[in-house]
Ligand binder design. Structure first.
Ligand SMILES: Cc1cc2nc3c(=O)[nH]c(=O)nc-3n(C[C@H](O)[C@H](O)[C@H](O)COP(=O)(O)OP(=O)(O)OC[C@H]3O[C@@H](n4cnc5c(N)ncnc54)[C@H](O)[C@@H]3O)c2cc1C
Length: 462
């Protein structure tokens, strides 16, 4: 396993797993997405095991397009998983800027240092997913593919999944099964159906040379330097980005969607339809769409879900993670990063609570994560509303539409935070729940939790 820069002294791979004191906590994870795999790896590194991941997809294709990884996911040090491959493409050279004061230089160097240690970048989702999958297997996680989990059960002492009529049991089960999560049903006690948002999103990914060929848009891949460009239009935004030194290129564009939400959530997109949506937009956008190969475009529905009243099952043995618990708007650029934070948190609270107190661990995980996740979801809504709202389109102040760079969001270290917060969270959980009377934790059926004046719904890319 390669080691890199600030991580060269970290133990990685089997070495780290072998060195970790063993907790004897067995974990089943349903879903080998980015969230489920990060949780599996972090649990292995924290000394838990055996860890089994069940995934319905038999063999992964290189699915998806660009996925944004933010510095808060970098704090989890997933770069240890494959330091050279991921980190090398985002190195920031430290160089002097003209006319800077000593104080400004110090501030910038501090920011750049943080970015080096906790990098942010755009990756192809399929590539990042493969890195995580390979790493999980290398640290002893058993990933079983082509297996569909049909039901969940729990008792006071453990939790089970049902596969082909057979029960498989562990100390806990993590439902990392994505936006269409089946695990939600046992956690909530009812079926939580998605709602139509009235919007969908075109997503495209293809060879960067197709952009290079067109002189009007070749600057988007200039000098083989990856750059992300955002174009704003009334009630619409278009984002395009180079990936892997512009060898590849991707774009996304929101559009109105009248189709029924029960229909397939993802379908091939038609270039002519996307061009119709962009008919009043600038030439750069139209040329990028026209350069897209017909098989390079997908049309994804954006559906609504209410924030969940709880992420943890009544007896505290099953917890939701990632999109299953809290889908994100694409404008948050946090879906993957927050699912990684979930996994890092779960691994630590399990270690701190121990095998005897798994329900305390999972409820503390929710206590530690809930408000941060909700605030981050709201940030995504705020960005979407800011971008889409009517304005004087000829005189936009660039500062007013910048993505918020919140130190609280990006500077967060989920592992350190979980360790620091666990004692207080556990105390609050003990106060709230009588561990003997599990009936107290039954979630309310129709009333989503009051999240401090938050809007009741979030939109998600399904
Ligand atoms: C195919 C795909 C492509 C995507 N492409 C992009 C993209 O291009 N850009 C972007 O920003 N985001 C994309 N996303 C979403 C993004 O990956 C997630 O928002 C983020 O990584 C958090 O994901 P997650 O691990 O919580 O869930 P997911 O990534 O949705 O993973 C859930 C996993 O659970 C498995 N699963 C579901 N039900 C069962 C069951 N009953 N039994 C066993 N396994 C089950 C699914 O097959 C899936 O692999 C994509 C997601 C998917 C599934």
């Amino acid at each position: 396993m390669p080691s890199y820069g600030p991580y060269k002294n970290f133990k990685t791979g089997r070495e780290a797993v072998d060195a970790a004191p063993k907790t004897g906590i067995s974990v089943i994870i349903v879903g080998a997405g980015i969230g489920g795999l990060t949780c599996a790896v972090e649990c292995a590194l924290a000394g838990h095991g055996p860890i089994t991941v069940y995934e319905s997809v038999k063999k992964f294709a290189r699915l998806g397009d660009t996925i944004g990884i933010m510095p808060n996911a970098g704090s989890i040090k997933i770069w240890r998983y494959d330091g050279v491959h991921i980190v090398d493409q985002i190195m920031v050279p430290l160089k002097a800027h003209d006319g800077e004061t000593a104080e400004e230089i110090q501030q910038r160097e501090e920011q750049e240092k943080q970015l080096r240690e906790n990098p942010a970048f755009d990756a192809h989702r399929g590539d990042l997913h493969q890195v995580l999958l390979d790493y999980a297997v290398s640290v002893g996680v058993e990933v079983k593919q082509g297996i569909n989990v049909s039901a969940y059960e729990e008792t006071a002492t453990g939790a089970s999944v049902i596969i082909n009529g057979e029960r498989h049991t562990a100390d806990l089960v993590i439902g990392a099964d994505g936006v269409k999560s089946k695990a939600r049903e046992i956690v909530l006690g009812y079926v939580d159906a998605p709602k139509s948002s009235g919007y969908a999103i075109y997503r495209a990914f293809f060879d960067g040379d197709l952009i290079r060929k067109d002189p009007l848009i070749a600057h988007l891949v200039e000098d083989h330097v990856d750059q992300r460009n955002v174009f704003l239009f009334p009630d619409c935004h278009f984002i395009c980005a180079g990936v892997k030194d512009t060898k590849e290129f991707s774009w996304v564009m929101t559009h109105k969607d009248e189709a029924d939400v029960t229909e397939s959530w993802t379908a091939p997109g038609k270039i002519e339809d996307a061009l119709k949506v962009a008919s009043g937009f600038c030439d750069i956008v139209k040329h990028v769409i026209a350069a897209t190969p017909p098989d390079g475009l997908l049309d994804w529905k954006l559906v609504y879900r209410d924030p969940l009243p709880t992420w943890v099952s009544p007896q505290g043995r099953i917890a939701l993670l990632g999109d299953a618990a809290h889908p994100f708007l694409p404008t948050s650029i946090q879906g993957a990063s927050q699912s990684m934070e979930d996994g890092a948190t779960i691994s630590q609270v399990l270690r701190l609570a121990g095998k005897e107190d798994v329900p305390l661990a999972l409820r503390s995980y929710q206590d530690i994560r809930y408000d941060r996740v909700r605030n981050t979801q709201l940030l995504g809504e705020q960005v979407r509303n800011t971008w889409h709202k009517p304005r004087d389109w000829d005189n936009i102040d660039p500062e007013s539409v910048k993505l918020p760079h919140s130190p609280a969001l990006f500077g967060h270290d989920a592992t350190a935070h979980a360790i620091a917060e666990f004692p207080a969270a556990a105390e609050r959980v003990r106060d709230r729940f009588s561990m003997k009377d599990v009936k107290e934790v039954e979630p309310a059926k129709d009333a989503p939790m009051d999240v401090g004046g938050a809007t009741a719904a979030v939109a998600i890319a399904a």
